[in-house]
Design a protein around this ligand. Structure first.
Ligand SMILES: Cc1ncc(COP(=O)(O)O)c(C=O)c1O
Length: 321
């Protein structure tokens, strides 16, 4: 078990400077005659949008003196936050323990372990909240645990408002008429939505959710194949977002669009990116917005090789309730 390194954790590791300032690309869809502006979050160093929160929460805790030399970072994650925190922990010398559902893809587990993170798996039949409750119980018994608490930490949405959102405002031609994205914690959508609406008050903000688990639409949560989003409940941070509606995308359509992004655009991204683009395309076609339509490409395809996206067995169903 790697020990927390009291010397390294005070340093400013180079890898953290690679986080953020990701490019935005215009994706033109010929038959639909529509352009979608996509923020390339998969180009963050550990391969996902979650690098931003992982770095922000650790740096903030260090500044507040909450992270001590013997602290252990403990978080429940469907994978990307676990990978991102393991990367930050590796670079700064902190021990990281990740609670993850058995249903998350093996690549996610391997990446966490490769970065020195320790895994505790919980049953994929349980709700995601099972993992959150487990982390709280562990922290109550051992004061060395530091919980980033991505689901209810306001820093999550704030970092997207002041980071991701401001970058989008600089990079995307204005006006921005529409932002659409899936939600795990809801931090991205709440933060980016706030930033965009502060500049363009009439911009519409939509949540993408899997058609099989459309909880915002008032339907029952069920299994789907869009890993990283829609854990079967409406997260607290999303409740702070001013949403104009939701767009349902079936897992099969999300995978189809993800493959289209691979083959027609050369972008090796994961399934939630395909789902986001499918939702953005539908909104753009239906509304013919005169201004820009924005979405995010959340993570890299390298964590999906064993899943249905690459023709793997459908055993890798995420734990959505
Ligand atoms: C692949 C993927 N897409 C989208 C999201 C949603 O991000 P957020 O938690 O900010 O709602 C996540 C979150 O972990 C994710 O892993």
């Amino acid at each position: 078990m790697p020990a927390t390194d009291p010397v390294r954790h005070r340093l400013d590791p180079a890898v953290l400077r690679l986080i953020g300032n990701t490019p935005v690309v215009p994706l033109h869809f010929e038959p639909e005659e529509v352009t979608i502006w996509a923020k390339c979050e998969f180009l963050n160093p550990s391969g996902s949008i979650k690098d931003r929160f992982a770095a922000a929460v650790v740096i903030d805790a260090e500044r507040r003196g909450v992270l001590k030399p013997d602290s252990v970072i403990l978080e429940c994650s469907s994978g990307n936050t676990g990978i991102a925190l393991s990367m930050v922990g590796a670079a700064k010398g902190y021990r990281v323990v990740i609670l993850m559902s058995e249903g998350a893809s093996h690549e996610r587990r391997r990446l966490i372990q490769q970065l020195g993170g320790e895994l505790i798996l919980f049953s994929s039949k349980g709700r995601y909240q099972t993992g959150i409750e487990m982390s709280r119980e562990m922290a109550a018994k051992d004061s060395r645990y530091f919980l980033p608490s991505q689901f209810d930490n306001p820093l999550n949405a704030m970092d997207h408002e002041h980071g991701t959102g401001q970058e989008i405002l600089r990079q995307v031609p204005g006006p921005i008429d529409c932002v659409v994205a899936g939600f795990g914690t809801g931090g991205t959508l709440a933060g980016v939505g706030r930033a965009v609406q502060a500049r363009y008050p009439s911009a519409r903000i939509y949540a993408m959710e899997p058609a099989e688990s459309a909880v915002l639409a008032g339907e029952c949560p069920c299994c789907h194949f869009i890993e990283g989003v829609a854990d079967g409940f409406v997260p607290p941070l999303l409740q702070t977002a001013r949403l104009d509606g939701q767009v349902k995308v079936a897992s099969i359509d999300a995978m189809e669009m993800t493959r289209r992004l691979h083959r027609d655009h050369g972008l090796l991204v994961g399934t939630s990116s395909g789902a986001n683009v499918a939702a953005a395309l539908r909104l753009a076609v239906e509304n013919r917005f005169p201004g820009s339509v924005v979405t995010l490409l959340c993570d890299r395809a390298d964590r999906y090789f064993s899943t249905a996206l690459f023709g793997g067995a459908p055993a890798d169903v995420p734990p959505a309730a």
